[in-house]
Design a protein around this ligand. Structure first.
Ligand SMILES: [Zn+2]
Length: 369
């Protein structure tokens, strides 16, 4: 696969990448900076981690990472995960040095106030700031009872003027994210800032590692795309470039088994295995693809659940409409609290998603073509 201005990597076996545990890989990926449209840091990490297990890695003009393993069949299976995470962008610095900001991706803006952000400057330095708003003590009862809209919030970066902010490297257009370092909350239960969709990225890299010495039936493109959170942008161009006949999108999706939510309104539940999508707002998954995934999970005794229709959109929405149409399935790692400052997942769900994606790739096209 060729792309203008791409960087090509030869197959090189790095001992570190070969022995890394999936959770350590997830930690590294979750902690990497990769706000939608500003994925450079996570992109470099993914290239390095996947390169030892594929024949070729290219980065296309818009920044998608496409890592290809040649198979017996030249027709291509595309495995998709998105690199980007939700974040913010500096839209204004006022003359007192306060930063105003806009979202990059869908945030729950009721719960972002009071968190610390990491801002990346044009020089690549990371700076800290705090998302603030007027203190409750000076608000009226009426003001206190309402959520504060994002355009009334500001970020305090420690500057007292626009010039001071500029001296710190803070300029219009700089990306920011709320950064909670990856951590284990309890045995087999972890938290991090960007599990949506670094859990998918880690799944693809780990599947590539497990299949490194297996002759694959189909040529397989491990595709790590930019800008999903801005509207499935990277998957749109990557699927055109790759031209797959079959695809699987791997996501970190909405876990909602929590107090106050009825079971029928929980898109997925943690601890019940990978979530198989039947339909979301961007696609109705072909029933034969759903049946093939179910059969594979049953055969390998991998627990799975359905992601209830029709919550959220996924890269599958863009991929299935590429060119003349592509058969696409979706499997997801259930994550609680996505699109908030921090999210969580069960390691067992993550591990079982890796197993399912690995088996899907090992046995593609699974009777589907
Ligand atoms: Zn996602």
């Amino acid at each position: 696969m060729e792309a203008a201005g791409s960087h090509s990597y030869t197959r090189q076996h790095s001992r570190e990448a070969k022995t890394m545990q999936p959770v350590d890989l997830l930690r590294e990926l979750s902690d990497a900076f990769g706000v939608a449209g500003f994925e450079d840091e996570v992109r470099d990490l993914i290239k390095e981690r996947v390169a030892p297990f594929v024949d070729d890695v290219v980065v296309d003009a818009l920044g998608n990472v496409i890592a290809v393993r040649k198979g017996k069949d030249e027709r291509v299976l595309m495995l998709d995960a998105h690199m980007d995470e939700v974040g913010f962008i500096v839209k204004w610095v006022d003359d007192k040095g306060y930063v105003r900001f806009a979202p990059l991706g869908g945030w729950d803006e009721r719960i972002i106030g009071g968190h610390r952000v990491v801002l990346r400057t044009r020089q690549g330095a990371k700076r800290l700031g705090v998302i603030g708003s007027a203190p409750p003590h000076i608000l009226s009862a009426d003001e206190r009872s309402k959520p504060i809209p994002m355009d009334k919030m500001f970020i305090d970066v420690g500057a007292t003027s626009r010039q001071e902010a500029s001296a710190l490297g803070v300029e219009i257009g700089d990306p920011m994210t709320i950064h909670y370092p990856f951590a284990e909350i309890a045995d087999g239960y972890v938290t991090g800032k960007a599990l949506d969709d670094r859990a998918g990225c880690a799944t693809l890299i780990e599947a590539a590692r497990r299949l490194a010495d297996v002759k694959l039936p189909m040529t397989t493109a491990f595709s790590f795309v930019f800008g999903e959170e801005l509207g499935l942008r990277g998957a749109t161009t990557a699927s055109f470039h790759i031209d797959p006949v079959l695809a699987l999108a791997v996501e970190g999706t909405i876990g909602a088994d929590m107090p106050g939510i009825a079971e029928e309104s929980q898109p997925t539940r943690l601890g019940r295995g990978p979530a198989v999508s039947v339909a979301d707002r961007s696609i109705v998954v072909s029933p034969k693809v759903v049946r093939a995934i179910e059969a594979l999970a049953d055969k390998h005794k991998i627990p799975y659940q359905y992601k209830l229709p029709t919550y959220g959109s996924t890269d599958a929405g863009a991929i299935h409409l590429s060119r003349g149409g592509v058969l696409v399935g979706i499997v997801s790692v259930p994550c609680r609290f996505i699109h908030s400052p921090v999210s969580t997942l069960r390691v067992a769900d993550f591990e079982n998603t890796i197993r399912l994606v690995t088996e899907f790739t090992r046995t593609a096209p699974n009777g589907l073509l």
